[in-house]
Each structure stands twice: as structure tokens, then as C-alpha cells.
Ligand binder design. Structure first.
Ligand SMILES: Nc1ncnc2c1ncn2[C@@H]1O[C@H](COP(=O)(O)OP(=O)(O)OP(=O)(O)O)[C@@H](O)[C@H]1O
Ligand SMILES: Cc1cn([C@H]2C[C@H](O)[C@@H](COP(=O)(O)O)O2)c(=O)[nH]c1=O
Length: 201
């Protein structure tokens, strides 16, 4: 089963992905957590440079790179599917759809970039407003503080567009929507409830 934790910047995806991973492991459910973008790969390093403003790419190129970054991890994803019952994705191809639409790209074109990757069984949107997102302190994926907001995170107008698009796409695609202004613990409980309901346990 692939569970995707989605949402705008600082919605709490990393926090909730880690809490869910721990909770499932405690229940002896074999679980593996992936983070996208994966900044460790060759393409991931280019993406990092773009987000830090050290590279300039047209939107078509950066969204191809963001999809290619998942294809770089295909073997690892397939191997993890063999060994585990649950894969948690802290962002997956759903991010490229929402951010790509916000950057003026076409849905069909964006979706074609990820066609053939293992599909998500459950997508959970942490619904955060621009205001709430900007009030939170960015952190990096190993828990430390990020020095500054990246290219997609700096612009208030873009961030508002992302929040609105997430809600619209989530409704159309029947993703589960959680109010991300609740406490970390409340959100975690909601995610566990959704997960149990999906499994029928
Ligand atoms: N429910 C919450 N209420 C208040 N603050 C929160 C909540 N969840 C997470 N935070 C805080 O918000 C910040 C961002 O959290 P986190 O890194 O989990 O978000 P993210 O969605 O993964 O961010 P990014 O999009 O930048 O990768 C952190 O400082 C974290 O402690
Ligand atoms: C996976 C993925 C990400 N993005 C965007 C979303 C964010 O603005 C950045 C990643 O930042 P994070 O702090 O590491 O979450 O990239 C995207 O546009 N498309 C994608 O597929």
C-alpha cells in the first residue's frame, strides 16, 4: 500500500510522515518512508540548486526534473514494495501536478511525466493556508532548521495559489483532506483513523 502525504509548504508533511512511520512500525507493520524530492540523487542535486536560486530552468524543465527524480528511485521503490507492507511518500507525483498547474502547465502533460510509476492507494492532503504556512519555521528533512525559504516557498501569491489548487484537485481526485491547523497529535490521530478505515481494521 502506498500512502502519500501531500500539502503546501510547512503543512507538516515531514512531521506526519515520521509519526506515521513510527506508529506503523510499533504495530509491527513493515514500513518504508520516501521523501520527494530526493536531494541526494544527481537530479535531486540539480533540483536543490534550482530551489536555492542557483540554477534557472523553464517550468517545463524543472517539472520534468522533479518527475525524473522519482524515476531515479523506481528500483528502490519496487524493492521496498517487495519488502514492506506500507510505503509512505512525503510528497509524490501529486505535488508535481499541483505545483505544475500553478506554474501554468497542462494537467495531461504533467500526469504523463509520472505515468508508469507505482500508483498511490491513499492520498492525504494536509490543508494549510498561506498565512499558517508562513507562520511556521521551515526545517530540513533531517530535522534541522532550513536557512531560508526556497524559490517556490518565498512568494505569498504563489503559496495562496498552491493552497487553493490543492483543495480543488483533492476534491476532484477524492484525496482525504485534513485541516493542518490542528495540533500535530490531532492530525496524527486523524491519519491513523483514515489508514485503519482504508484497511478495514
Ligand atoms: N500541526 C502543526 N501545528 C503547528 N506547527 C506545526 C504542525 N506540524 C508541523 N509544524 C511545524 O511546521 C514546520 C514545518 O513542518 P514540516 O517540516 O513537517 O512541514 P513540511 O510540510 O514537511 O514542510 P516542507 O514543505 O517545507 O517540506 C516545523 O517547524 C514543524 O515543527
Ligand atoms: C516532489 C515535488 C515537489 N515539488 C515542489 C514542492 C516544493 O515547493 C518543492 C520541494 O520542497 P520541500 O521543502 O523539499 O518539500 O518542490 C514539485 O513542484 N513537484 C514535485 O514533484
Amino acid at each position: 500500500m502506498i500512502i502519500v502525504i501531500e500539502g503546501g509548504d510547512q503543512a507538516g508533511k515531514l512531521t506526519q510522515s515520521i509519526l506515521l512511520e513510527k506508529a506503523l512500525k510499533k504495530r509491527k507493520i513493515k514500513t518504508k518512508l520516501f521523501h520527494f524530492p530526493d536531494y541526494e540523487t544527481p537530479i535531486g542535486k540539480e533540483i536543490r540548486k534550482y530551489l536555492d536560486g542557483k540554477r534557472k530552468f523553464p517550468p517545463q524543465v524543472i517539472h520534468c526534473l522533479l518527475a525524473a527524480n522519482r524515476w531515479e528511485k523506481l528500483d528502490a521503490i519496487l524493492a521496498a514494495e517487495e519488502k514492506n507492507s506500507v510505503l509512505i511518500m512525503n510528497r509524490y507525483y501529486q505535488s508535481n501536478l499541483v505545483y505544475g498547474l500553478a506554474n501554468g502547465l497542462k494537467q495531461k502533460w504533467l500526469e504523463s511525466l509520472d505515468e508508469g510509476l507505482p500508483k498511490a492507494d491513499l492520498v492525504i492532503l494536509l490543508d494549510v493556508t498561506q498565512k499558517e504556512s508562513f507562520s511556521r519555521t521551515p526545517q530540513n528533512k533531517i530535522g534541522g532548521k532550513k536557512m531560508k525559504r526556497d524559490k517556490f516557498e518565498k512568494n505569498k501569491e504563489f503559496s495562496t495559489k498552491i493552497s487553493n489548487l490543492y483543495r480543488t484537485v483533492a476534491k476532484k481526485k477524492h484525496w482525504k483532506i485534513i485541516d493542518a491547523t490542528m495540533t500535530k497529535e490531532e492530525i496524527h490521530e486523524e491519519i491513523l483513523k483514515i489508514f485503519s478505515k482504508k484497511l478495514g481494521i
